[in-house]
Ligand binder design. Structure first.
Ligand SMILES: [Zn+2]
Ligand SMILES: [Zn+2]
Length: 159
């Protein structure tokens, strides 16, 4: 594979999809951009559900940048199918529940971070986690993982 990046400035500023610019999803340290289309489609779906702009904190990461970050579970970023984001005005639980409604994320990876942001990726196979003070723990440490099942159990308990 021949890298053709960093992109010229005019390309960086152009839109990758209706709501996301190339710059938003490009590597924060070198501008390289290799994102997979299913990620972009899923992000558009999440944006639609949120009814508000998503603030993308990190999208594609080149291997060098990923190493710098020292985040092993985040290596999905180097494959171009992960993004870290926050939705201004929404709680972590609300963001998590919105992500669950996007089939690609539901079937893929969702991580919640105590710095009030979400990691989402479109890997094959479910992965869930929480990150509290830099430690990876079960997702239930930060959110109610199965909001609808929890609801069913509560209702069943009352019956
Ligand atoms: Zn880079
Ligand atoms: Zn991430």
């Amino acid at each position: 594979m021949k890298p053709t990046f960093p992109l010229p400035e005019r390309d960086i500023m152009s839109m990758l999809s209706p709501n996301f610019s190339r710059k938003e999803l490009a590597c924060r340290h070198c501008g390289e951009l290799r994102v997979q289309e299913p990620l972009v489609r899923a992000l558009e779906e999440l944006r639609e559900l949120a009814g508000a702009a998503l603030l993308v904190l990190d999208g594609y990461r080149c291997p060098e940048h990923n190493l710098e970050m020292g985040k092993v579970p985040d290596s999905e970023h180097t494959k171009g199918w992960a993004a870290d984001l926050t939705i201004p005005g929404r709680s972590l639980q609300e963001m998590y529940e919105l992500a669950l409604q996007v089939p690609q994320f539901f079937e893929g990876g969702i991580g919640v971070y105590d710095q009030n942001y979400l990691h989402v990726d479109v890997r094959q196979g479910k992965a869930r986690w929480a990150c509290v003070r830099g430690q990876y723990v079960g997702i239930q440490h930060l959110v109610q993982p199965y909001p609808h099942e929890g609801e069913r159990r509560r209702l069943a308990g009352r019956a």
